[in-house]
Design a protein around this ligand. Structure first.
Ligand SMILES: *[C@@H]1O[C@H](CO)[C@@H](O)[C@H](O)[C@H]1NC(C)=O
Ligand SMILES: *[C@@H]1O[C@H](CO)[C@@H](O)[C@H](O)[C@H]1NC(C)=O
Ligand SMILES: *[C@@H]1O[C@H](CO)[C@@H](O)[C@H](O)[C@H]1NC(C)=O
Ligand SMILES: *[C@@H]1O[C@H](CO)[C@@H](O)[C@H](O)[C@H]1NC(C)=O
Ligand SMILES: *[C@@H]1O[C@H](CO)[C@@H](O)[C@H](O)[C@H]1NC(C)=O
Ligand SMILES: CC(=O)N[C@H]1CO[C@H](CO)[C@@H](O)[C@@H]1O
Length: 563
């Protein structure tokens, strides 16, 4: 027996050691004792995607109630306190109750959609019913306490899909149409700022949506664009933004600028999340007749998420004007990153047609056609919006009242450095749909389409055009309501000369992000999402630089679970 003993003693020792160290076998816990399930890995809310959140909710690792609590706490950490980013105006006092109901529903009958129980932050020009407890003000005290007739079209879709409205985001007041005021400022919210450099310009007008998405103050956010208001804050805040074709998403109930140019779209940390949101909010709405012109079937935009989407495609580069630094004012570092992006796009199998200039490019420098159209539309549509309110405690019922309100409330609406309302005044002076208006509308079609985007797509047989987001990028698409998909491109270098962007904000500044924009014709949103996704997945630029430490909220799901 001796041989057995000498053989089995080391084995017994080995088994004992292995059991203690749990390292000798690839299967964990081979002897079946201390069978505690490993703690689930909870997603980091700085970056958590909608699919990751859904997986955790489905697995029961956390609930939507936990998500609301965590996002509320994250907002509390950085919004007014700490770096004072001023990204969020209001929290939804009904959110926890709604989350609890949606958690029960998930258990009983499963999820309604990929947005079931997902907290969504809305730009404060996207109206929600007052009974829920939130205001819709476009950032202005003139609309505080106002009661809207109903939810906006996109909010109806979000609620039906089971999403939870987390709160309202700060914005450039009245979506930047009030006048020459620094981006990201509103009377109610004050000056919002960027999470990548203290007091840097968040851009606007969907400033708070961009900032909140960039550091995980909400799962996803919505913004709106008339000319640049999703694209620019997506660019400055290192997020993916989709400016949908005008008429793909309903504007019914949104505090308006212009039916010809306004559009509502997602601003999120990835194009995957943006595609999920767009699939839910897109579609016809009888309260917005522009949506009736969209193709009959709303695509599932997540089907566009193909890493090979650029393969065999032709992408044009409209250099003239759009890439002239002395005209755009862009720092040369943007151009350097853009040239690298073109090499990446080629590497992904696309043919880059360069240059592919818009014949109308130079005309945009002098054209005031867009201003004419917007000024007329704003007065007509804002007056309709204000008249349709069930209540407005300020008594403001017209654009003329609004101008007067601002003049009479300078402490809240015209503090030093933020006095201007020349956009309002210019709009008030217009006389409805006159000959000049229709001529400007026709000229916009000529500039943006006939001698613009459609011209160049056809001439060079292109699938899309590509530009850095900062510059004149958004204007040709704005005046004809065409889509833009923007993804992270790069960050200003640490030695960039810091410039001024307003009384309280700087731009450019070290580490402030900038984006890459894909543009196309009407309802090419699906294709543009594919191109943006292929580039985003190849480059993974977003996480190559993070927000400055004080702007990164510390609260995570583990801090709210069981509390
Ligand atoms: C909405 O505004 C009213 C003032 O009119 C205020 O009492 C209320 O707290 C606001 N709602 C939220 C959620 O902040
Ligand atoms: C929407 O309706 C308005 C009037 O109600 C009309 O002037 C406009 O042409 C319509 N637009 C579309 C795209 O159908
Ligand atoms: C940029 O535009 C300016 C002003 O029109 C012009 O003088 C200059 O030649 C342009 N630069 C390039 C590189 O096209
Ligand atoms: C409108 O654009 C056209 C070019 O399409 C231009 O000739 C005209 O001067 C512009 N009008 C105004 C008022 O800027
Ligand atoms: C910043 O550094 C780069 C690379 O060292 C250099 O090319 C550039 O000129 C510098 N810019 C400024 C504004 O100093
Ligand atoms: C949610 C939140 O922090 N809202 C704040 C936004 O800014 C205004 C003005 O400072 C505050 O009154 C709100 O409490």
């Amino acid at each position: 027996m001796a041989p057995h003993r000498t053989w089995s003693l080391p084995l017994a020792l080995a088994i004992l050691l292995c059991a203690q160290l749990a390292q000798c076998f690839s299967i964990p816990n081979p002897f079946g004792f201390s069978a505690r399930a490993p703690a689930p890995v909870l997603p980091d809310l700085y970056e958590a995607s909608v699919p990751e959140l859904q997986a955790g909710l489905d697995a029961g690792h956390f609930t939507s109630v936990h998500l609301i609590k965590a996002y509320f706490a994250r907002i509390e950490e950085v919004n007014i306190k700490g770096p004072g980013l001023r990204a969020v105006l209001e929290l939804n006092p009904s959110a926890l109750k709604q989350a609890a109901r949606l958690d029960i529903e998930r258990k009983r009958t499963g999820k309604r959609s990929e947005l079931h129980g997902i907290p969504v932050l809305l730009k404060d020009n996207i109206a929600t019913i007052a009974a829920e407890g939130m205001n819709t003000t476009a950032g202005s005290f003139a609309l505080l306490g106002s009661v809207v007739p109903e939810d906006t079209g996109v909010v109806k879709r979000l609620r039906k899909a089971g999403a939870i409205i987390l709160g309202k985001a700060n914005l450039s007041e009245f979506a930047q149409f009030r006048g020459n005021i620094a981006s990201g400022w509103s009377g109610r919210g004050g000056q919002g700022s960027n999470a990548y450099f203290p007091h840097a310009d968040p851009c606007g007008s969907s400033s708070g949506s961009g900032v909140a998405a960039s550091i995980g103050l909400a799962a996803v956010t919505l913004g709106s664009e008339t000319d640049g208001s999703i694209t620019c804050p997506s660019s400055n805040n290192n997020v993916a933004g989709i400016k949908p074709t005008v008429g793909l998403t309903s504007r019914a109930g949104v505090v308006p600028i212009s039916a010809h140019q306004d559009t509502v779209g997602p601003m999120t940390r990835s194009l995957t999340d943006a595609a999920i949101v767009l699939t839910v909010i897109a579609g016809k709405d009888t309260n917005d007749n522009f949506t009736l012109a969209q193709p009959p079937v709303v695509p599932d935009f997540t089907k566009a998420l193909n890493k090979n989407a650029l393969k065999g495609k032709r992408i044009g580069v409209p250099r003239r004007v759009a890439l002239n630094d002395s005209l755009t004012g862009n720092d040369p570092s943007i151009g350097v990153a853009f040239e690298e992006a073109l090499r990446t796009i080629k590497g992904l199998g696309a043919t880059v047609v360069d240059p592919a200039d818009l014949p109308s490019a130079d005309d945009f420098l002098t054209s005031s056609n867009e201003t004419i159209v917007l000024s007329v539309d704003f007065k007509v549509q804002l007056n309709q919006y204000l008249k349709a309110l069930a209540e407005n405690p300020s008594g403001v019922r017209s654009l003329a009242d609004l101008i007067k309100f601002d003049d009479e409330n300078p402490t809240s609406e015209k503090p030093a450095g933020f006095e201007d309302q020349s956009g309002f005044i210019q709009s008030e002076a217009t006389n409805g749909f006159d000959a000049e208006y229709f001529a400007a509308l026709a000229a916009d079609h000529d500039l943006g389409s006939t001698r613009g985007i459609d011209f160049v797509l056809k001439k060079f047989n292109l699938d899309a055009i590509v530009l850095p987001a900062p510059g004149f990028t958004t204007i040709p698409a704005a005046v004809v309501g065409y889509p833009i998909v923007t993804v992270p491109l790069g960050f200003f270098p640490d030695n960039v000369t810091i410039g001024s962007a307003g009384p309280e904000t700087v731009y450019p500044a070290p580490g402030v992000p900038f984006g890459l924009s894909f543009l196309g014709t009407a309802f090419s949103d699906f294709e543009l999402i594919g191109f943006g996704y292929a580039y985003e997945q190849k480059t993974q630029t977003r996480l190559s630089r993070k927000a400055f430490p004080a702007a990164i909220p510390k609260t995570q799901l583990k801090d709210v679970i069981g509390k």
